[in-house]
Design a protein. Structure first.
Length: 233
C-alpha cells in the first residue's frame, strides 16, 4: 500500500448556520416523509468509548462548516431544530445520533474547515472522527454536504479519498442550489459528477436545497436504499 495511507480525515469542527425558510411549509403534503419525521435525538458521543452500541444501519452526514449540513438534516426529517447549530466551538465537538424506526440511526458528524481553536483540540476531534469512521461496522454510507457554489474543496476531496480507501459509499448533496440559475446548477452538477469519475468507490451527486426542498425526494430515495427500505436507485 502506498505510503501515507490511509489518508487523513480533514480537520474537523462545527460552526454552521441554521437556515430559516419562508417556504418551509410549502408543499408540506409532498415534502414530508413520515419515516424520517420520526427521527429523535438519542445521544451525543465525545470519545470512542461513549459511542452507542452498534445495532441498526447508520448513515452519517458530514460537511464543511458553512455547507448547510444541519439545515439539511432538519429538512430531511422535517423538524425545525432536530440538528442544533452553534457558534461555540466547544459545544460542537460531538457526534450526535438520532434514532429512526427499526433501530436505524442517522448520525451528525462535526463540520470541518477554518476552525479557530487550538491545534491540540483540532487533533482530538480529528482522531475521534477517524475512530468512528474506521471502526463503525454498521456505517452504510456518508452524505457529504457541499455548497454548490464552492464544491470539491480540499477538505471535501480529503474526505472522499479517505472514503475511497475504506470503500464507503458517498452521496454528495450540492446544497444551496436555489442560489444559482438552473443552467449554472446543472453545469455544476455535471462538472462534479465528471470529477467523481476519478474515484474508485460508490459515489453519486445531486443538486439540493435545504431552503426550498429541491432534490429532497431523490435524497429520501438514496437514504431508503441505504437503510434497506426500498428498491435501489
Amino acid at each position: 500500500m502506498a505510503a501515507g495511507y490511509p489518508p487523513k480525515v480533514p480537520e474537523l469542527y462545527i460552526i454552521s448556520r441554521n437556515h430559516t425558510s419562508k417556504n418551509a411549509l410549502e408543499n408540506a403534503n409532498i415534502m414530508m416523509n413520515h419515516y424520517y419525521q420520526q427521527a429523535s435525538f438519542v445521544q451525543s458521543a465525545t470519545t470512542p468509548n461513549t459511542l452507542p452500541q452498534e445495532g441498526g444501519i447508520e448513515v452519517a452526514f458530514a460537511g464543511r462548516s458553512n455547507s448547510g449540513k444541519s439545515s439539511t438534516i432538519n429538512r430531511v426529517c422535517f423538524q425545525k431544530s432536530l440538528a442544533r447549530t452553534s457558534k461555540t466551538p466547544g459545544r460542537t465537538q460531538l457526534i450526535n445520533f438520532f434514532t429512526l424506526p427499526e433501530g436505524q440511526l442517522l448520525v451528525d458528524l462535526p463540520g470541518y474547515g477554518y476552525a479557530k481553536v487550538p491545534e491540540n483540540i483540532k487533533l482530538q476531534w480529528q482522531k475521534f472522527i477517524e475512530a468512528y469512521l474506521t471502526t463503525r461496522n454498521t456505517l452504510k454510507g456518508l452524505i457529504l454536504v457541499m455548497d454548490i457554489r464552492h464544491p470539491m474543496t480540499s477538505f471535501d476531496q480529503g474526505l472522499l479519498k479517505w472514503a475511497e480507501h475504506r470503500q464507503l459509499a458517498v452521496h454528495i448533496l450540492l446544497n444551496k442550489a436555489d442560489k444559482l440559475s438552473k443552467g449554472a446548477m446543472h453545469s455544476t452538477v455535471l462538472a462534479v459528477r465528471k470529477e467523481l469519475a476519478n474515484y474508485q468507490m460508490p459515489v453519486s451527486a445531486q443538486a439540493f436545497s435545504a431552503t426550498n426542498g429541491l432534490g429532497l425526494e431523490e435524497l429520501w430515495a438514496k437514504l431508503d436504499n441505504w437503510y434497506e427500505r426500498g428498491a435501489a436507485i
